[in-house]
Design a protein around this ligand. Structure first.
Ligand SMILES: Cc1ncc(C[n+]2csc(CCOP(=O)(O)OP(=O)(O)O)c2C)c(N)n1
Ligand code: SF4
Length: 305
């Protein structure tokens, strides 16, 4: 579906407290266009709930359960049980959480809800840090990135959260970026058509946290895909299927752009370029990315995800 054909109805109202260029708010608008009004959200502590949902004003045009940081997926299980009891099984139960609430503090609840085969969609908008509380590192922060708790660059690699989810044997998972709204819309609609637990992870380039101009959010998310720093794919029936530019990178029809082109536009990696270029760390990041793609190729070849 082309962007111009997406539903006109806006379920994220004007006047939210999100920063200009907020990737979470942008992705949420697209996601809600796919979900429609028959939706209830469970949202843990994160930017989305603070910026869009603060009482007595709210930018959400659907009901939201604002829940403790660690408990969003458990709340979704409860919502599903309550709706089932009321005979309302056609309502979309959706968690919208940051990477802190997903990779770190909400992981146990998420794992439990998926194991219980809760019929919900869990969406992680991954801005690769705890932005709401002042840009601290999370389990999703990439190697080398500055945050207020990794002053000289993170020295550990990020978790492979999608692989952890796939290991739960869930029926559907997908990745997306705000820069390709049609792709995100289609994936949300697909998740809605499948029973059981679905997981979607959206890369969310955050201008204040990543230190780039606020009019570049869409561009940054597309550059993540073009450089292979972020892969667009779906996992269904035990198979991985790559989408858009990521498909041609996987099939070696397109060479990804050098990852430096993506990193050098983000102030959080400025220490890798100034006062001089840190060849060792930049090479490590590039090699790691190549290795990730080789692993994807093997997984697709062998049909093992
Ligand atoms: C148990 C608990 N610990 C810490 C906090 C403080 N806190 C609120 S939001 C937040 C950061 C959330 O990070 P993330 O989930 O990545 O979402 P983002 O802020 O990036 O949107 C933290 C640490 C809290 N509310 N509850
Ligand atoms: S800090 Fe980032 S994720 Fe949070 S509201 Fe601002 S742009 Fe959005």
């Amino acid at each position: 579906m082309a962007v111009k054909n997406l539903p006109r109805e806006e379920l994220v109202r004007q006047g939210s407290g999100g920063c200009p260029g907020c990737p979470s708010s942008l992705a949420l608008r697209i996601t809600l266009k796919a979900l429609g009004k028959n939706t209830v959200f469970a949202i843990p502590a994160c930017c989305a709930v603070v910026c869009l949902g603060a009482y007595p004003k709210t930018a959400f045009d659907v009901p939201v359960v604002s829940i403790a940081f660690e408990a969003a997926a458990a709340a979704a299980s409860g919502l599903c049980a309550g709706l089932k009891r009321q005979g309302k099984q056609d309502t979309n139960v959706v968690v919208w959480a940051g990477d802190g609430g997903t990779y770190d503090i909400g992981l146990q609840a998420l794992s439990g809800a998926v194991e219980r085969e809760t019929d919900f969609i869990y969406i992680c908008y991954n801005n690769e840090m705890y932005s709401n509380t002042g840009i601290q590192r999370s389990g999703a922060t990439p190697y080398g990135a500055w945050t207020t708790t990794t002053w000289t660059g993170k020295t550990e690699q990020k978790k492979d959260m999608p692989a952890i989810l796939r290991a739960h044997g869930l029926p559907y998972m997908a990745t997306a970026v705000p820069g390709y709204p049609e792709d995100l819309f289609r994936k949300v609609r697909k998740a809605m058509s499948i029973r059981g637990s679905k997981y979607i992870e959206i890369l969310a380039p955050c201008p204040p946290g990543w230190r780039f101009p606020m009019d570049k959010t869409v561009e940054m998310s597309k550059l993540a895909v073009d450089t292979g720093a972020w892969a667009l794919y779906e996992y269904e029936n035990g198979q991985l299927n790559f989408n858009l530019k990521s498909k041609s990178i996987l099939e070696k029809k397109t060479e990804p752009k050098p990852i430096e082109e993506y990193l050098k536009l983000q102030g959080r990696f400025a220490h890798l370029f100034k006062p001089e270029r840190n060849k060792q760390v930049l090479d490590e990041i590039q090699e790691r990315s190549h290795a990730d793609w080789e692993r994807f190729r093997k997984q697709v070849e062998c049909g093992v995800a």
